[in-house]
Design a protein around this ligand. Structure first.
Ligand code: PBG
Length: 341
């Protein structure tokens, strides 16, 4: 059957004002899915795990519901479960048995991170294992480097810290880490670690650099989880001023020059503009760290019934990816991936 259209109808239609109706693309879930610009996949997520020595127990972090301090075997099981849900990378933090002024337990080959790397690589070989490189979990003063006293003012010495970070990174690489992720914010550490790895033939081990890491109030719950709060002062002489956007690009630029394979912006939510600028300025993969405080705020508000937790989780992860992040480090990874399937 053909429908007859009179010439007058066509003329009328052509003369009529065009309808501007963006809502046509929102009419059904099928159409919305078809035109959706940004989709977060479990493969985009990196799951952080806190590993404790065998002497300790599996404990839930008070300020981070659903996040646990895990012994090696539990970390391996969690990695297995995350892999089955589609997560392809974990980021390991360690809580050592002992701490000292220089964080020497961080390069103990039998330390919690080294043991977890070996365990995960043995039991879940396809999982990408990234090891966080920093001294603050391993020093008794809780700072990310060596403390020096300049006329009564204590500070973290940059160049005395570099060899310690190199030792730690090499130790994690020797245990089988695919990537090391320096989060200390010392100048020159990417080049120093790259040279240390290359000098030992570890040219396949990558570096995910915490390039633009800001001195943020959003790290509070992490410091409970990692038992890494500074015992005096704060981290503002090494982590970035939250006010500085151009400086973030400068920091990323330096890390790219020094051989970073992946660069990171951290935290994520208050820094979406930085993520976008990084994406527009550099061809390397951009990671964003959806940090502990961002996670805890969602969990706390959801617990009170003030927001819909899973819905807000989706919206947040989508916003970080939309801003330009290729990879998102997030404590929501397992929950998101298991809901995704
Ligand atoms: C260690 C480190 C921190 C985080 C990752 N690596 C804490 C800090 O710098 O104090 C924060 C992660 C989070 O808050 O989720 N330097």
């Amino acid at each position: 059957m053909t429908t007859k259209i009179s010439s007058s109808t066509i003329t009328d239609t052509a003369a009529a004002p065009l309808t501007r109706r963006p809502r046509r693309l929102r009419r059904s879930e099928s159409i919305r899915t078809m035109v959706r610009e940004t989709v977060v996949r479990p493969e985009d997520l990196i799951y952080p795990l806190f590993v404790v020595p065998p002497s300790r127990a599996r404990v839930e972090i008070g300020s981070m519901p659903g996040v646990f301090q895990l012994r090696v075997r539990e970390a391996v099981e969690t990695a297995q479960r995350a892999f089955e849900a589609g997560v392809r990378a974990v980021l390991l933090f360690g809580l050592p048995e002992t701490k000292d002024g220089i964080g020497s337990s961080s390069w103990d080959p039998t330390g919690p991170v080294q043991s977890a790397i070996e365990g995960i690589k043995r039991h879940v070989p396809a999982m990408t294992v990234i090891a966080d490189v920093c001294l603050c979990e391993y020093t008794d003063h809780g700072h990310c480097g060596v403390i020096v006293d300049h006329d009564g003012v204590k500070d973290v010495d940059n160049d005395q810290t570099l060899p310690l970070l190199m030792k730690q990174a090499v130790s994690f690489a020797a245990a089988g880490a695919d990537f090391v992720a320096p989060s200390d914010m010392m100048d020159g550490r990417i080049g120093a670690i790259r040279r240390a790895l290359d000098g030992r033939g570890m040219t396949d081990v990558g570096i995910m650099a915490y390039s633009a890491k800001f001195a943020s109030g959003f790290y509070g719950p992490f410091r409970e989880a990692a038992e890494s709060a500074p015992q005096f002062g704060d981290r503002r002489t090494y982590q970035m001023d939250p006010a500085n956007g151009r400086e973030a690009l400068h920091e990323i630029d330096i890390d790219v020059e020094e051989g970073a394979d992946i660069v990171m912006v951290k935290p994520a939510l208050a820094y979406l503009d930085i993520i976008r600028q990084a994406r527009d300025s550099f061809p390397l993969p951009i990671a964003a760290y959806n940090v502990s405080g961002e996670y805890s705020m969602v969990k706390a508000a959801a617990e009170r019934g003030w927001i819909d937790g899973p819905r807000v989780m989706n919206e947040i992860l989508t916003s970080i990816k939309r801003a330009g992040a290729d990879l998102i480090i997030t404590y929501h990874a397992l929950e998101f991936a298991e809901a995704f399937r």
